[in-house]
Design a protein around this ligand. Sequence first.
Ligand SMILES: [Zn+2]
Length: 304
Amino acid sequence: MRNRSVTRQLRALGVLAALAVLSSCEAQSRSPVTGATDAAGDYLEIIDAHTHTAFTGQPERTSGIVVSEEQYLKEMRDAGVVGMLAHAAEDGSGYVDLRAQNVITCAGTGARVDVARIEAGLKSAAFGCIKIYLGYVHQWAYSPEYEPVYALAAKYDVPVVFHTGDTYSNAAKLKYADPLTIDEVAVDHRNVTFVIAHAGNPWIESAAEVAYKNPNVYLDGSAFLVGDLSKMPPEQVETYVVKPVAWIFGFLEDPTKLMFATDWPLTHVKPYVEAFKRAIPPEQWKAVFHDNAARVFKFPAKTK
Ligand SMILES: [Zn+2]
């Protein structure tokens, strides 16, 4: 077992240096937006690092949110979100070109990887990442079938995002969605950046450890509760969002590793922002709500 107190000091020095560089670079380029403010009363620009854009025009079954482009852009704007990460479906559906709105889309893949389709999208910058649906697809992250995904991610220098943890369908098989399995691919593909979606919830300890131990692994904190958090008992939000997210952030000992995310349209954006703020120390809001996703996914979105 490694000595966490020694690594804590070494890592803190590196992180502080990185954050100092980031904040000095961004000081001149920030533009005011409507929405939340941070601890210093400054505008807090937010990137939502996990959304879906399969616009049906119908209400989502849990949240009741009407899944339309108009509603998507409105909710994001109202919450001070200036950039979004969207995941296309396993079969490639659900893609909408919203690069002009600063949306970066991950190509979705099923069990058989369509290399030609994904590579064409990466080349044209239609895609800026690749999403693997662990659990929904009954295949391990380290299955040889996914090797072409990791090769493409390395070639085009884009992250791979994994669904992990609880699934929204009972046809999924949970053993494939265990975040501990991401350690396998993180070690074997050190030149690729990986994102564990939902921070493995409810297996947050495994997810946090995999991200803590591997420099190329990050977490998104989406969908810890779905629906409208503002209409739920505050204790429920505290127990199932604020406390676990606070624990994860503390365990990581590195403010660059966790990204704010919702999984829209499963949950309303603004109340999720408020819950996340209670979990993260205000001095780290800029990192968790914006800078980490900006760095990992290379926002702003490329328009060609
Ligand atoms: Zn999702």
